[in-house]
Design a binder for this molecule. Structure first.
Ligand code: FES
Length: 499
């Protein structure tokens, strides 16, 4: 089932790059961050080429819940304690400004994208979490951020407490991208789809971006691939992980409510309304887990559907989709210079599930860097920062998971099952001729066999039975059952095995 946003071909298609090019700026990645940056830079008259390895906005941007908000969980108590008042306040202002920027782009360019001002609420149904709400309210008061404590909601269950931000928003991200693409074309920007960048090399004062058969010579490079595909320098793979989550869209057969909602703690449930052919439906998202963990339908979409049927007994499930987000260890996105060793290469990543505002902040900061304007929020998001890692548990988890997948899984005894033991529409790693082989059997019994070793840094993959993909537990790369790479940081497909 496609996501609600991608069910129709709203954005036009662009050709594959088939010649060598020279440009001032090469943007690698056609999601909301890459396209927003192209929008701004083209407006300033720069010569911009944007390349996307699939179709524009077909990955995270096409699978988001598209909430545009500065309410990022209970982040302000954390920021105030860790980084102080000025920092926390600037983080808030940067995100509020991003909401205003998005609205301005929509109004100036007459983009019809179901943009709607909403309140955003973070709630709890659990008495033990009241203290956290109180701490956040205290931090918000200290920062002079307008917020209300509310103890009721229109949700189909009782909440105990919540914090409401006004002047937040929601939209249809694909219709918004369509509008931005129009402005890029009007300002002579070039866009190519189905064009993968495999390498970037420095050549005197320029960079060369290599695609399969061609190259782009450019002064500036912007890596907008959600998870950077360049490993060194930068080592972003050691500074963040990917988190998977699920969304269902349902016709509740009831009247719906205003406002966007999310709860505090795992399992996460997030709510917003959206338009489907003019009719309002409800999107329920959540159930996050680290990408690459073994997962099945029952514990992902199945759980959301079960809840939906309890809350809205007559509902009809119309959409199901999943997404991945890059999560940074200090909860702040990485935006700006990719590495101190590579001038004029910029990055925006680690948006921590709040990619609608973060992508605009990133687009503004990088545009200001290139146009040599000061940006008062740049220091907050500096991608080359070396901060003490606050979240030591996350670091430990990352290291132990990577060691397990790189070393232990390789030497673990192979499953004694054979191909006949694998059920239809299921995948498994089994031993064939003494080697580990990832085997998927489709509904007709057809076999697809791959080497289950991630083409990023060599971790052993896990089968994801919810989405029928091979997922990497180390840094979250994903491959379809035929072995085609569908999510970074890996960029190469899996080796196919003949059996
Ligand atoms: Fe890094 Fe797989 S994503 S090893």
């Amino acid at each position: 089932m496609k996501s609600l946003w991608l069910k129709k071909d709203i954005i036009e298609n662009f050709p594959e790059l088939k010649e060598n090019l020279e440009s001032e700026i090469c943007i690698i990645g056609g999601g909301i961050f890459g396209i927003s940056t192209a929008h701004y830079l083209c407006k300033y008259g720069y010569k911009v080429v944007l390349i996307e390895r699939d179709e524009l906005a077909s990955k995270v941007t096409g699978h988001t819940t598209a909430k545009i908000t500065s309410q990022h969980g209970l982040i302000y108590h954390y920021l105030l304690n860790q980084y102080g008042k000025d920092f926390a306040k600037k983080y808030y202002e940067a995100n509020q400004k991003a909401i205003e920027n998005i609205e301005k782009i929509i109004n100036t360019n007459n983009i019809e994208c179901d943009f709607k001002k909403q309140t955003s609420n973070i709630y709890t149904t659990n008495k033990s979490e009241i203290q956290k709400i109180e701490e956040e309210i205290k931090a918000l008061n200290e920062l002079n951020i307008k917020a209300k404590k509310i103890e009721e909601s229109p949700l189909p269950f009782k909440i105990i407490s919540s914090i409401e931000f006004e002047n937040q928003a929601q939209f249809n991200p694909i219709k918004y991208i369509k509008g931005l693409v129009k402005t890029i074309k009007e300002n002579n920007g070039l866009i190519f789809e189905n064009t993968t960048c495999y390498d970037i090399k420095k050549e005197k004062n320029s960079y060369i971006c290599y695609t399969k058969n061609n190259k782009i010579k450019t002064k500036y490079v912007i890596i907008a691939t959600q998870y950077p595909f360049v490993n060194f320098p930068g080592i972003y793979f050691a500074k963040m992980y990917q988190s998977s989550s699920y969304v269902i869209g349902l016709d509740t057969k009831t009247d719906l409510f205003n406002g966007m909602y999310i709860n505090i703690q795992s399992p996460i449930y997030s709510f917003r309304t959206a338009f489907d052919e003019g009719k309002e439906i409800l999107l329920i998202g959540g159930l996050d887990h680290k990408t690459g963990e073994n997962i099945d339908y029952k514990n992902s979409y199945g759980l959301l559907e079960e809840k939906a049927k309890i809350w809205y007994p007559s509902c009809e499930i119309k959409y199901r989709w999943s997404t991945r987000d890059c999560i940074t260890l200090d909860k702040i996105p990485y935006i700006g210079e990719f590495s101190n060793m590579l001038p004029n290469i910029y990055v925006g990543t680690g948006f921590n599930k709040w990619g609608m505002t973060s992508s605009n902040i990133a687009a503004r900061i990088i545009t200001d860097k290139i146009t040599e304007k000061e940006n008062e929020y740049e220091y907050i998001f500096k991608a080359t920062r070396i901060n003490p890692i606050v979240n030591k548990d996350e670091v430990k988890n990352m290291i132990s998971q990577t060691t397990k997948s790189l070393v232990m899984e390789r030497i673990k005894e192979n499953s004694k099952e054979n191909i006949d033991d694998i059920k239809e529409e299921t995948g498994k790693i089994i031993e064939i001729r003494g080697e580990k082989v990832g085997v998927y059997k489709d509904i007709d019994g057809k076999i697809f066999a791959v080497k289950p070793v991630c083409t990023h840094l060599g971790c052993i993959l896990n089968w994801n039975d919810a989405d029928k993909t091979w997922d990497c537990p180390c840094h979250g790369s994903r491959f379809d059952y035929k072995g085609k790479n569908i999510n970074n940081p890996a960029i190469k497909d899996l080796e196919k095995i003949k059996i």
